[in-house]
Ligand binder design. Sequence first.
Ligand SMILES: C[S@@+](CC[C@H](N)C(=O)[O-])C[C@H]1O[C@@H](n2cnc3c(N)ncnc32)[C@H](O)[C@@H]1O
Length: 340
Amino acid sequence: MRLNAERTPISHSHRYGPGSVLPMSEHLPVLAPELVSLLAPEPGQTAVDCTFGAGGHARAIAELLGPTGRLIGIDRDPAAESRFAKFAVEAPCRTLFISADFAAGLTALRGEGIRPEMIYMDLGMSSMQVDAWERGFSYSYDAPLDMRMDTRQKFDAANLLNEWPESRIVQVLRRFGEERYAGGIAREIVRRRPLSTTSELVAAIKAGMPAAARFGAGHPAKRSFQAIRIAVNGELDSLEQALPLAWESLPVGGRLGVISFHSLEDRPVKQFLAAKARGCVCPPELPVCVCGHEPEAELLTRRAVSPGPAEIESNPRSRSAHLRVAVKIADEMARAGEVG
Ligand SMILES: C[S@@+](CC[C@H](N)C(=O)[O-])C[C@H]1O[C@@H](n2cnc3c(N)ncnc32)[C@H](O)[C@@H]1O
């Protein structure tokens, strides 16, 4: 993994932020004003954007960090690096890019002793990734079976579909796609091997489900494509690894924000933050607390924040977004160190 050299801002008058016009971007940032207001960046602080994408959120945050602040972008898609380079030229703060999975990026930052005041993630894929037909993320285009976010990774959707045993494909479709017809679809995939294109995959998915199910709400391949993409990119494992790393990196007062797009992503985020916000963990039958456990987090979003009708209308992709943010109110690691 590579940590690019840090860049200092050039002085310029152009600013992005409320009332200003965002540069033309292929990807519209979701819940951007809500994220900025809950993270509350201040001049001189350091922010880590774990999913830089097209930098929509990063631009809004960088605006408030000012020339003494620093925006660190992470993205595992190598295509994000050139977009970051363009952002860095105009950014009103210092910048640094890490081209890696966010769990690896956060580990590297910890190794450098960096303690950012805010860390945020906007999970899933960017519009650029979905729309790059050749990357095979979309069931709407015929393309090679790829679906890798990091194109340096060896394992792709063709490997999964052509090499994994049927039982493992069933598990993937069930677990990551909540697909009712996982068994029939996996059987069809295995029967038709080798598969090499997304249209062959769509045909196998359709053939693996009852005729009536092919005409329900949404595209019949939607759930299976999501499942295969999550498995190819190890998305939930990355998230599970990154949440504690992010939390441990924050100082007291630091904030963690996560935007997720389906319940498989939102559930671990919700559970992680709820556990950090929990005080006493004694069994309920004990009359008095003996654990002495203190909450480490205050939830700034008791319920997840969702986009309003205007945002959904202008950006339908935002429809399923959920934003959760928490502030660190105590440092369990430091406390454990003091006791030990
Ligand atoms: C929804 S887009 C982010 C869009 C961005 N917030 C913006 O405003 O343009 C998600 C991005 O995160 C990246 N990504 C997803 N999972 C990742 C992971 N585990 N590690 C690093 N980058 C990841 C994807 O490559 C993609 O570019």
